[in-house]
Design a protein around this ligand. Structure first.
Ligand code: NAP
Length: 269
């Protein structure tokens, strides 16, 4: 199956290695190529690959909104999040989002239980929306978004409130919570390595960083306060497995979990 990744830049991506390992594990021929696609050129790049018989692509920054506009049809998750991280090519193009489900899988595998909990999400972009969606689906009591642009945090809270009326969504300054999620790029390569958490907040039970592959200030800060800490590696692997299932067929929970371990080792060795 011919697959790939569209983004800009893509040189740093771990996805080609991940899918090469997946091909070996599930004994299927997969070709996977990372393509540098500047903003505004996704349609042309997709047309070329569709003509060459590709089954689909993963989509990463800064193209997730452009991919949503390009798709002929969106799945409910992609529509709810306004962002597409995977496209499936066929007679038409279907856009889907596996970030939120990938985070749910990752929380489950780490034993982080959001049911009935208060949660605080740092950031208000696409990853923060996916985190809000995942937390609400897991039955969180409340989700608060905090970002420097207050209006964006409010919009994210308002949009999700319409979909999940049972979870209390709010936006504003950081407030005490049982679970923290870092959905800002702070700590990622090329960004300042600072914790977005205000000093005065008490420790959460668990702090989940969506940044992966490095011990960030957010993770060190939360660990020093006494929280258990998870990074974004499991989410990365699970969103990729969910994308594979969208192109191919469902793996099932047990198989998915069994594949996640070796994939994590391959990608982060
Ligand atoms: P984005 O759309 O650029 O959003 C980033 C958000 O962070 C914005 O709302 C920004 O708002 C906020 N922010 C930046 N600095 C901040 C600060 N000092 N304090 C509070 N908020 C701050 O990026 P994204 O696509 O959502 O991605 C965010 C992160 O998630 C990236 O590191 C990405 O790698 C990671 N991610 C990981 C996975 C995975 O599989 N593990 C999947 C998707 C994304 P303001 O500028 O208004 O503060």
């Amino acid at each position: 199956m011919k697959l790939g990744l569209f983004g800009f830049p893509v040189g740093h991506s771990r996805s080609p290695r991940l899918f090469a390992r997946l091909a070996t594990l599930i004994k299927k021929p997969i070709s996977y190529e990372a393509v540098a696609v500047p903003l505004g050129t996704l349609a042309a790049a997709a047309r070329l690959r569709r003509a060459a018989g590709w089954r689909g692509v993963n989509v990463t920054a800064p193209l997730k909104a452009e991919a949503a506009a390009y798709a002929d049809r969106l799945t409910p998750a992609a529509r709810a999040l306004g962002a597409v991280n995977v496209l499936r090519f066929g007679r038409g193009v279907v856009g889907h989002n596996t970030d939120a489900q990938g985070l749910r899988d990752a929380l489950k595998s780490a034993g982080v239980k959001a049911r009935g909990k208060s949660t605080l999400v740092f950031g208000a972009g696409g990853a923060a929306r996916a985190a809000g969606w995942a937390l609400a689906r897991e039955g969180a009591r409340s989700v608060r978004f905090t970002a420097r642009t207050a209006s964006r945090a409010r919009r994210t809270a308002n949009d999700l409130r319409k979909i999940f009326p049972r979870t209390r969504f709010s936006a504003g300054a950081g407030a005490p919570a049982e679970i923290w999620i870092n959905a800002t790029p702070l700590g990622m390569k090329g960004f300042p390595d600072r914790s977005p958490a205000p000093k005065h907040l008490p420790s959460p039970e668990a702090a989940v960083d969506l940044v992966y592959g490095r011990r960030t200030a957010f993770q060190r800060d939360a660990a020093a306060r006494g929280a258990r800490v998870e990074d974004g590696a499991a989410m990365l692997v699970y969103q990729a497995l969910r994308a594979w299932e969208f192109w191919d067929k469902p793996l099932g929970g047990r198989r998915r979990a069994a594949l996640a371990g070796p994939l994590m080792k391959e990608v982060f060795k």
